[in-house]
Design a protein around this ligand. Structure first.
Ligand code: NI
Length: 431
């Protein structure tokens, strides 16, 4: 029997708190899960620094990847026998779902910004490079690894397959919304996925939703909206993110100044130099990063040691609402005051806006590479974009509320000697 059709003699099931069970029958899928590259995802948290806000949010990209695989498995099980659905694409869909986040690194958001990395690029390199994952995919057929990479990259010719993994209502989002809601413990983020899966229909180039399922989809969009503000953009999580980015900047800066580290940033060097290979990249995971932070608390450099202490012990920056574009004068004054009192504003006065973050709720048309949600109207079989049909979705879609904050170490400011500088800093920040 060709490898692509090989089935396990007995089905494997993973117990999952969100989907109850994750079912694996294909030998290929089972072998992929066992690779070191996929197992590494256990050591990367799905929500980065959110565990410092929501202590339950310790779930990993491994959990999420299995979840996305399971949702796709259920969707295509329902597609079986329907027109437009090509059963030959089954294994490809499952593998692309399983591997779609393979290139995520530790605390992706900060690392990608500071070192100009792209996890999608690494996903592709891991799938196509000299890796265990590539060996397995190549056993299926000569071009199978390339096809998996193309589906994840949204360039695969069959757009129906692509839309299962990336569209406005794809398996990726349906998994992370529910999973993140479950692990953070918030009461938002729940929606009736069973119902959505039942009303999904394949057409030539995308998955659409039968009009009767509109209310279940409204609920899904609302859950995205709520999670966006309640969890993903939480200002405390962003405070931790700000500190993390500043640590990375500081380490890179010190390295460039030939600073003598007690613990050299060996695992980071290729990132500083911008020439990280797949092998270098795969060695970096969150336990490794956290080990460095722990050790760097004892570095001579006061900024590095302070920032690492803050991150490790959750001694975070405070924040206020502040828009530097509209409050330029105050911003510049604060900047000089910080310098005058000996608090380096490059590291300790940080503005951050939510538009920098990698989540959104629903913006049809704006996010071009992701298909909007289409409803399949009864009788006429005509397609209508969701926000044209639903008043609820219409009222929240396309709205872009940016949220600017200014982060700073309040404890440093409180410890300043009582003088006019301190008085003025307090006035600007707290009046
Ligand atoms: Ni994902």
């Amino acid at each position: 029997m060709p490898y692509k059709d090989e089935q396990l003699s007995e089905e494997k099931v993973f117990k999952d708190p969100v989907h109850r069970y994750i079912h694996v029958k294909d030998q290929v899928v089972w072998d992929l899960i066992g690779t070191p590259e996929f197992q590494r995802l256990r050591r990367i948290k799905q929500l980065g620094t959110s565990y410092l806000t929501f202590h339950g949010a310790e779930h990993s990209r491994f959990n999420h990847s299995l979840g996305v695989y399971e949702i796709v498995r259920r969707i295509i099980y329902n597609f079986d026998g329907r027109p437009h659905w090509n059963t030959d694409e089954r294994l490809l869909c499952l593998c692309a779902a399983l591997l779609h986040d393979l290139g995520h690194g530790p605390f992706s958001h900060s690392f990608e910004k500071v070192f100009k990395l792209d996890h999608e690029d690494f996903t592709k390199k891991i799938i196509l490079g000299d890796t265990h994952v590539n060996q397995i995919l190549s056993r299926v057929s000569d071009n199978f690894a390339q096809n998996v990479a193309d589906v994840i990259n949204k360039t695969y010719q069959d757009k129906l397959v692509v839309s299962l993994i990336s569209s406005q209502i794809d398996a990726d989002r349906m998994d992370y919304l529910q999973r993140d809601a479950y692990f953070t413990g918030v009461s938002y983020g729940h929606f009736d996925m069973e119902r959505i899966l039942r009303v999904m229909r394949p057409i030539e180039d995308q998955v659409v939703i039968k009009e009767t399922g509109m209310h279940a989809v409204e609920d899904y969009i609302m859950s995205r909206y709520q999670m966006y503000w309640q969890v993903y953009f939480h200002p405390v999580t962003r405070s931790a993110e700000v500190i993390l980015s500043k640590i990375l900047h500081r380490v890179k800066h010190l390295y460039e100044q030939n600073y003598k580290f007690r613990l050299k940033p060996t695992h980071f060097l290729s990132l500083f130099l911008g020439n990280a290979t797949v092998k270098d990249y795969l060695r970096l995971d969150e336990p490794v990063v956290l080990y460095y932070f722990q050790m760097w608390m004892d570095e001579q450099d006061e900024i590095l040691s302070d920032l690492c202490e803050r991150f490790s012990n959750r001694h975070l920056f405070k924040y206020i609402e502040f828009n530097p574009n509209q409050q330029m004068k105050e911003w510049m004054e604060l900047y000089s005051l910080f310098k005058a009192v000996g608090i380096n504003p490059e590291y300790y006065l940080v503005d951050d806006s939510s538009s920098d973050l990698p989540y959104d709720f629903y913006r049809p048309g704006e996010e071009e590479e992701r298909l909007p949600i289409h409803l399949l109207m009864p009788k006429s079989n005509e397609l209508r974009e969701l926000s044209r049909q639903s008043d609820i979705v219409e009222s929240i879609s396309g709205k872009k509320r940016t949220d600017h904050k200014l982060y700073f170490p309040q404890d440093f400011i409180e410890a300043l000697p009582e003088d006019n500088n301190k008085k003025r800093i307090f006035e600007i920040l707290f009046d």
